[in-house]
Design a protein around this ligand. Structure first.
Ligand SMILES: Cc1cc2nc3c(=O)[nH]c(=O)nc-3n(C[C@H](O)[C@H](O)[C@H](O)COP(=O)(O)OP(=O)(O)OC[C@H]3O[C@@H](n4cnc5c(N)ncnc54)[C@H](O)[C@@H]3O)c2cc1C
Length: 435
């Protein structure tokens, strides 16, 4: 039986999915397909935030960079996500301290703070149409979680000097997000939200203006690890001094070492019709919201006042037939007020997660790096991941190596077993959301 191919399982070759983002993006002319013999300093596989940020920073430093993207830039998770820019690592600092010790946790916090600053700066400079809006709310769906959230805000202020996060009581939460589903939480003015595809396209524009060469519809089919490294698409052979793997959740089976540590999972989003005045009743101050469920609900208003609601996961390559229904069910649990709202768009995307939810940075060979596995926290961290990979190739590997030092484990059971095991684990945790 032919193996399902993640790059084409749910999408048409060379096309964006039918998302709200694709329908409203500021168009960028397609890039050419790679053909013939190409040589460069750095080849990048994947045109998402990781690959585009690496290309931008390398090109600005005078390196000759080639990005090979199987479909279109921002085709992957980067052009389909919730657009929420989260401060911090995906793992809370108290858990990180236990995982890697206080000193390293501190350095990882600093890197994460920088990732948000970098993302906001790049978005404002290269993608003003991404419309970055500050404000992020963390909403607790259990009363017993609220005290912990509030203590965490105190900890961040006390131990990390982070003063942008404030506790919310149930009434304060209710005034900002019109639902009875949440018992309190946190408001973080250091994070925010943006139109992710416009951001990716802005990065691509900036990278090419700095001299990077981007090729679309150019799927890498083989890599030969040598110095220089050689890789091939259907129509081109590329020779490069360095290679960056930036394929993340869309890697498939092309590199088994990365695939063993970065697992693809799918997540779903819908966009309602424009809601007019109701939009401001639902989220009065236009923050992005993510809740405390294991299968996280995350939502925000679009620039044209739709509800963009993300929720629901799946664990095989193939998306469910009715994505709108999958994301609508959790939306109505939070906002029954939207029972009559028309659903104009619904789409899925594939992200890369790791065992411990920390990103996977690795030097696979002297001249080959990878960055990915941001575990749902990649808008800012992938942007920085690309920059850190660029720094490492330019001879400043300290911060790439810091991220690479965090242990990312192989998923148990090997490629054949990991999917069923993951499904079981995920189902167990998502069941706990209901308890
Ligand atoms: C539905 C959804 C919602 C999310 N919401 C948020 C959010 O609100 N906030 C947040 O911080 N993070 C969120 N994330 C995660 C975030 O989008 C990702 O972490 C981030 O975009 C990763 O960027 P990337 O460049 O590493 O990978 P991707 O953007 O997935 O890019 C990888 C690219 O590699 C290409 N590729 C793969 N194989 C090949 C090959 N052989 N040859 C050439 N090209 C190849 C693919 O076509 C793809 O374009 C979400 C993800 C999803 C799917």
């Amino acid at each position: 039986m032919a193996r399902l191919d993640i790059l084409t399982a749910n999408d048409r070759p060379g096309e964006y999915p039918g998302s709200y983002y694709a329908a409203t993006a500021t168009p960028l002319a397609p890039f050419a397909e790679a053909t013939g013999e190409i040589s460069c300093d750095v080849a990048v596989i994947g045109g998402g935030f990781t690959g585009l940020s690496a290309a931008l920073h390398l090109a600005e430093a005078g390196m000759d960079v080639v990005v090979l993207e199987a479909h279109r830039v921002g085709f992957g998770a980067s052009g389909r996500n919730g657009g929420q820019v989260h401060p911090g690592q995906r793992v809370d600092q108290d858990d990180l301290e236990k995982m890697v010790g206080a000193e390293m946790a501190r350095r990882l916090w600093d890197v994460a703070v920088e990732s948000v600053d970098l993302t906001i700066e790049l978005a404002q400079r290269h993608a003003p149409e991404a419309g970055y809006v500050p404000g992020l709310i963390h909403a607790d769906h259990r009363a017993r979680f609220v005290a912990h959230s509030h203590a965490y805000a105190e900890k961040l202020a006390r131990d990390y000097g982070y003063d942008k996060i404030a506790p919310l009581s149930r009434d304060e939460m209710r005034a900002k997000v019109a639902t009875d589903a949440y018992f309190g939480g946190l408001e973080d003015t250091g994070g925010g939200h943006l139109h992710p595809l416009n951001y990716a396209l802005g990065l691509a524009r900036a990278a090419t203006a700095a001299g990077a060469r981007i090729f679309e519809r150019s799927r890498v089919e083989w890599v030969s690890e040598s110095e220089p490294v050689r890789l091939g698409t259907g129509k081109a052979k590329v020779t490069a001094r360095y290679l960056l793997w930036a394929a993340n959740g869309y890697l498939g089976h092309l590199d088994k070492r990365i695939a063993a540590k970065v697992m693809p999972i799918n997540n779903f989003i819908l966009a309602t019709e424009p809601l007019g005045a109701l939009a401001d009743e639902l989220i009065a101050e236009n923050q992005a919201v993510a809740d405390s469920k294991f299968v996280i609900n995350y939502f925000r208003l679009s620039q044209d006042r739709r509800m963009l609601f993300g929720g629901g996961e799946s664990y095989g390559y193939r998306f469910p037939a009715d994505i709108a229904a999958k994301a609508r069910a959790p939306m109505l649990e939070i906002f029954p007020q939207l029972g009559d709202a028309r659903i104009d768009y619904a789409w899925g995307g594939t992200l890369g997660i790791t065992m411990n939810r920390m990103p996977h940075f690795e030097r696979i060979a002297g001249n080959i790096l990878t960055a990915g596995g941001y575990s749902g926290h990649g808008v800012a961290l992938a942007t920085l991941g690309g920059k850190l990979a660029a720094e490492a190739m330019l001879g400043q590997a300290e911060r790439f190596d810091l991220m690479a030092e965090v242990p990312t484990l192989r998923f148990p059971g090997g490629p054949a077993m990991r999917s069923p095991l993951l499904v079981l684990a995920m189902l167990w945790f998502s069941l706990r959301d209901k308890l």
